[in-house]
Every structure is written in structure tokens, then in C-alpha cells.
Design a protein around this ligand. Structure first.
Ligand SMILES: CC(=O)CC(=O)C(=O)O
Ligand SMILES: [Mg+2]
Length: 217
């Protein structure tokens, strides 16, 4: 498998994100629980790492946090079977799928794509690369997020509707998965707004945590 994916952001070609993969989150925003994965893409220019700041996009009045487990692909493939899927996973990353919720609501009403709502610069803060062997139970791991020290999201990846092998298999049926690609697996309930000056902390079990500050563009 693969070269050193510590630098997945440099080799990465795409970020495939899954929407509404947690029942409670789908319901909290008044959406239906999906029967097949909802997919969208975020550009790799949306990545930031600790030390950089999340910038509220111009004109956005409701920027939401979404904490998510990311899967880092290590071996390319198309039409990967569920049985083979984990052999294509090199590791994981803790990520935020920052979302301009007002932009998204407007796009949903007009039947337009979510690119602006989900893909603006700084919309994908990530942790360092987590080796596959360091996360022994990726489908039973706590995901939490605090804003200014107050807990806002406290979920567990066991509540994902679609499993990691199913997502890798399903996505690779339509998009060739390449080394360094990242799949964001959706957010648990508790999403909400952040403002200029807020400090977001998030963590994945006791494996990794990070802190990002929010500022104006
Ligand atoms: C409603 C959403 O923004 C979907 C999404 O990104 C999710 O994680 O769920
Ligand atoms: Mg999301």
C-alpha cells in the first residue's frame, strides 16, 4: 500500500463527503433519513490544519460546525467490494465539515448544488494522519466537539447509518478512489452556529484532538 500518507493533503485529489449518515442529525435539521448515501465533493483547497483559522465566508450569517471521522484512502480502486474495502483504507483523520448553513438552506430551496455552502476556503479543518492500526474500532469511537469549552456534539461512530466498508464500496462504484482521497463520513447530532472569535475543540476518542479559532474573511 501507498506511499507515506502523513502528507495526504498534498497527494489527495478529492474529498468525498457523506451527508445525513447519522439518523439523529438528519432529523434535527428536519431532513429525511436517507436510504442510500448522499454524496457531495469538497475541494482540497478547503483543507486547513491546526494553527490556521476558520474564516467565515463573505455573506454567511450562519456558519455551522460538523465534526466527522475521515477515512484516508491508501490503495486506488473502482468498484471495490465491501469485503475488500478495508484493504483500501490507509488510515483516518479527524475533520470538520464546516457548513454555511444559510447558503445551504437557500441552495436546497432552489434545487442548487451545495458547493459554496460546503466548499469555501477553510471549510475542511483536519487533524494529522491517524495510522489505521492506531484506531482499532473506527466504527465504535467517540466523536466530540466543544465551542468555547461548552460541549455541542457528543456522538459515536457506531451510530453511522452506512458502514465504512459499504461507503468505500458504494463511492468507488461511481468515483475511482485514489491514494490520498478522503471520505468524510457524516456528522452526529448537535450541529450549530459559530461566530467570529469562537474557539472550536474536537476529538476522536482519546486518539486525537485539535483546536481551531473562527475569524471573519
Ligand atoms: C445536512 C448536511 O449538511 C449534511 C452533512 O454534511 C452531514 O454531515 O450530515
Ligand atoms: Mg457533514
Amino acid at each position: 500500500m501507498a506511499t507515506n500518507l502523513k502528507n495526504f493533503m498534498q497527494v489527495g485529489r478529492k474529498i468525498v463527503a457523506v451527508g445525513r449518515n447519522y439518523r439523529a442529525h438528519a432529523l434535527e435539521l428536519g431532513n429525511q433519513v436517507p436510504t442510500k448515501p448522499i454524496l457531495f465533493l469538497k475541494p482540497t483547497s478547503s483543507y486547513i490544519t491546526e494553527g490556521e483559522k476558520i474564516k467565515i465566508p463573505v455573506g454567511c450569517s450562519s456558519l455551522h460546525h460538523e465534526v466527522e471521522l475521515g477515512i484516508v484512502i491508501g490503495k486506488p480502486g473502482s468498484r471495490i467490494s465491501e469485503q475488500e474495502a478495508m484493504n483500501h483504507v490507509a488510515g483516518y483523520v479527524l475533520a470538520l465539515d464546516m457548513t454555511a448553513r444559510d447558503f445551504q438552506d437557500e441552495a436546497k430551496k432552489k434545487g442548487q448544488p451545495w458547493s459554496l455552502a460546503k466548499g469555501f476556503d477553510t471549510s475542511c479543518p483536519v487533524s494529522s494522519f491517524i495510522e489505521k492500526k492506531s484506531l482499532t474500532a473506527p466504527e465504535n469511537t467517540r466523536l466530540w466537539l466543544k465551542v468555547n469549552d461548552a460541549i455541542k456534539q457528543d456522538g459515536n461512530t457506531k451510530d453511522m447509518i452506512f458502514s465504512i466498508p459499504f461507503l468505500v464500496s458504494y463511492i468507488s462504484t461511481y468515483f475511482k478512489l485514489e491514494e490520498g482521497d478522503v471520505i468524510l463520513t457524516g456528522t452526529p447530532e448537535g450541529v450549530g452556529p459559530v461566530c467570529e472569535g469562537d474557539v472550536i475543540q474536537a476529538g476522536l476518542g482519546d486518539i486525537v484532538s485539535f483546536t481551531f479559532q473562527v475569524e471573519k474573511s
